[in-house]
Structures are given as C-alpha cells and as structure tokens.
Design a protein around this ligand. Structure first.
Ligand code: LLP
Length: 416
C-alpha cells in the first residue's frame, strides 16, 4: 500500500496506533488523516542523507499547508519554500522562522514582495527582469539588501506529467540560462540586491534522479563561471520534485540514495545545497478517508458512490492520477470491478475507474491512499460542498487539526 505507517491490525486499518474507524466516527467523513511519524521520518531522511554537505531543506508549503503540518516541520528545524503571501502568513502563524523562508513564483505581486521584505525572509527566487526591478525599488525604499537567487530554467526534460513539468524552455518558469548568466554578471547594477544564490526546479513526481544530478551539475558550472567573474554564489537550490509511489507496488524514490547522490556531486565545491521537497515529505503520509453512500448497479458498470468528491481530491480528475483505494475493514470476499465516484455533478468526478475492489456496501469506509500532498490544498467548495476535516495522528492519539467546514462557512464574506 503506498502509504507510510498505515497498516492493518487484525481486520482494521490503522494509522500508527489509531484505527481509522475511530477517526471517522469522531471527525466524520470525508477526512484527511496524516501520520506525523511519516512526515518526521521523511524530513529526517533528507537531513541525514545530506549530513556530509552544507544544506538547507525548505519544505514546499504548496504540497500541504495545514498549520499543524507546518508547525510539526518547524519544530524539526525545517525551512519553508513559499509561492504566495498567503503561504508566508501561514508559515509565520505556524511558528516557522522567516529567516528560513525562500520565495519562488512567476507572479509575485508588489504587496506580496513588500510583505516578504518586511518579514525579512531569507531569499527571493526571482523569475523575470521586471520582478527584479520591483524588488530592487522596494528594497531601496525600505533600506534593505535582500538575498536573491535567479530561478534558472535549465531546459531539462523531467519526463513527468506535462502539467507538472517546469524545466523546459517552453514553460513559463525561470529565466533562460544565458540570460540569467548575464544578469548575474551585471549584479552590481542591481544594488542593493545580493545575488548569492541560484535556483531551479525541473518538475514534480520525477523518478529519474539522473536529471536532478544533471541540473545540479549545470548549476555548479554556472556558479563556477560566475565565481570567476567575481559573483560569489553561496547556495544552489535544486527545488523539489522527487517522485513517490502511487500504485500498489510502485516504490518511491529513496530519499536516502537521492541525498547521497546529490552529496557526491556537491562535495568539495563549497556550495550549500538547498532543496524544496513537498510530495516526498507528505504524499504517502496521508490518506483521504471516505464513506460509501450507495452501491449503484447501472447497466454497464457498478458505481461505488462515496461521500468524498473531486472538490476534496482533484488529482484523479485533473491529471488522471492513480490513487490506490483500500477498505478500512479488510475483507476477503470476491472482488468486483467498479468506478469509485463522488456526488459532484460531473462525469469527471471519480477517484477510480474500472478498479477491482473487495466487497463494499453503504456505510463502509474506504481509504484513498497517497493523498497527503496536493490533496486538501487543492480542494474547493465546488457544488457548495463544505471542505473536509483534517486529522493528525501521533502514536496512539489523534487530533482534529482542521474542523470540517459548516454551511455557514459556505457564505462567509458574501453579501446579498
Ligand atoms: N519548488 C518549486 C519551485 C515547485 O514549483 C514545486 C512544485 C516544489 C518545489 C515541490 O515539488 P514536489 O517536491 O512536491 O514535487 N499539483 C500537482 C503538483 C504540482 C507541483 C508544483 N510545484 C500534483 O498534484 O501532482
């Protein structure tokens, strides 16, 4: 099962020491459930595998920005990779240190840049000349000298889903290598900005780690040329992107061997390595728990209609992403082929199609696996459905860390 620290004890699926059935009866469904031990273990695997080289790990907040998750990672000493003022606000509310925040994104607004400057974040990863110009003027007005790393587009094919590949010249992200190089060479003209960092991110859900090695070598080559030209690069941030298994027997890429490979490439260069992992920290640490409402026998198919929907987890509809689905109460009965669908009024509202599932009937609980990353964060109120609750498990205990939205929440901020 592509989940960490979720296992059957007897017939019941548990997260760490807690039966998921108990969580569903307290928090209701649909509900996201996360294992704090899995999140911690993954973060520590990064830290330990990079112990031999100077490094900074910035958890990518976009993967899962729940305050409790951010607070857990902050308490481990993690830094944060943000892409909006909203994410910065959440990091600060969770107790994250602004001095460990890096800020990426092609469309930072003036207000967002100002907010990040006021909070004295660590580094701006800039993606265009115009953005640099806004940052320079604001920094001058405020009497600050922020650290900048241009996000370089290395034109590397990450071989992943086209929506989440970002490192090719045709993508909106980053600045072409040759253009970035000439901006760095003119660094003095951009005073007070401090060009001591370099960044790139080639895509997400990447399994071929060689492409990361190639990107790192490219960045190191650029850093050396810049050093020769008098621009000292201290940090190379390689972004996130490590893939995790979603299929039943698909292994994740080992964080440990990835870290070791990068350490080998980096050793002796004197550079500090920045990483921005998201999915590989929390993807397999979370499930979406949903209850079967109806079992509908249609002329051509059997539909298992559940109370979770595409507004709760949009990945299957958006990317045709595969998520394993397992029963919370294990059953050895005969399997049948069915579509697992939600109540939203779209045929694209499915969690699985043509999936062979053990017997399940109205009232049964199902766990949609590998939903910790890009699950809740991409949820919406489509069809005026209140968003799900979230639960964090720690050993034998669990806490509701986000209440289920109410109907009143659906109209908050609206006027007649
Ligand atoms: N850094 C930057 C600049 C990024 O754009 C991303 C992801 C990350 C780090 C984190 O990448 P990760 O380690 O999580 O792969 N919604 C999609 C994923 C979009 C990823 C966007 N950028 C999904 O559900 O698969």
């Amino acid at each position: 099962m592509p989940l960490q620290n979720f296992q059957y004890k007897g017939s019941q699926l548990h997260c760490e020491g807690v039966p998921l059935r108990a969580i569903a009866s307290t928090a209701g469904t649909p509900v996201y459930v996360y294992s704090s031990r899995a999140i911690r273990d993954n973060y520590r695997a990064y830290r330990n595998s990079l112990a031999g080289v100077p490094h900074e790990i910035h958890y990518s907040v976009k993967a899962n920005s729940s305050l409790a998750v951010l607070a857990l990672l902050a308490s481990e000493g993690a830094g944060f990779d943000i892409v909006s003022g909203g994410e910065l606000y959440k990091v600060l509310r969770a107790g994250g240190a602004p001095a460990k925040v890096v800020y990426s994104g092609v469309g930072k607004t003036r207000d967002e840049i100002k907010y990040a400057l006021e909070e004295r974040i660590a580094t701006f990863h800039c993606e265009s000349l115009q953005e640099l110009d806004v940052l320079k003027h604001l920094a001058r007005e405020m009497g600050l000298a922020p650290t900048v790393g241009l996000r370089v587009n290395p034109n590397i094919d990450a071989k992943t889903h086209p929506y989440i590949a970002t490192g090719l010249s045709e993508h909106k992200f980053g600045i072409a290598l040759h253009e970035a190089e000439s901006i760095y060479r003119d660094a003095k003209e951009w005073a007070p900005l401090q060009f001591t960092s370099l960044s790139c991110h080639i895509g997400s859900q990447v399994f071929d780690t060689h492409v990361f090695g190639e990107a790192l070598r490219q960045m190191l080559g650029l850093a050396t040329r810049l050093g020769d030209a008098g621009v000292a690069i201290r940090t190379i941030d390689l972004g996130g992107g490590l893939g995790v298994g979603y299929e039943a027997d698909q292994p994740s890429v080992s964080i440990r061997s990835y870290g070791r490979m990068l350490s080998e490439v980096l050793r002796g260069t004197g550079c500090c390595l920045g990483l921005e992992p998201g999915r590989s920290i929390i993807g397999q640490a979370g499930t979406l728990l949903t209850q079967v409402l109806y079992r509908k026998l249609a002329p051509k198919k059997t539909f298992v209609v559940v109370d979770g929907a595409m507004n709760d987890l949009i990945r299957p509809a958006l990317y045709r992403a595969h998520h394993e689905i397992v029963p919370v109460s294990r059953s050895d009965g005969p399997r049948t082929e069915c579509d697992v669908v939600g109540p939203v009024c779209e045929s694209g509202d499915f969690f699985a199609t043509g999936r062979s599932l053990p017997p399940c009937a109205a009232g049964d609980l199902l766990a949609v696996a590998t939903a910790g990353a890009y699950g809740f964060v991409q949820s919406s109120n489509y069809n005026s459905r209140p968003r799900a609750a979230e639960v964090l498990v720690e050993g034998d205990r669990f806490r509701i860390v986000r209440n289920r939205e109410t109907r009143e929440d659906l109209v908050r901020g609206e006027t007649l």
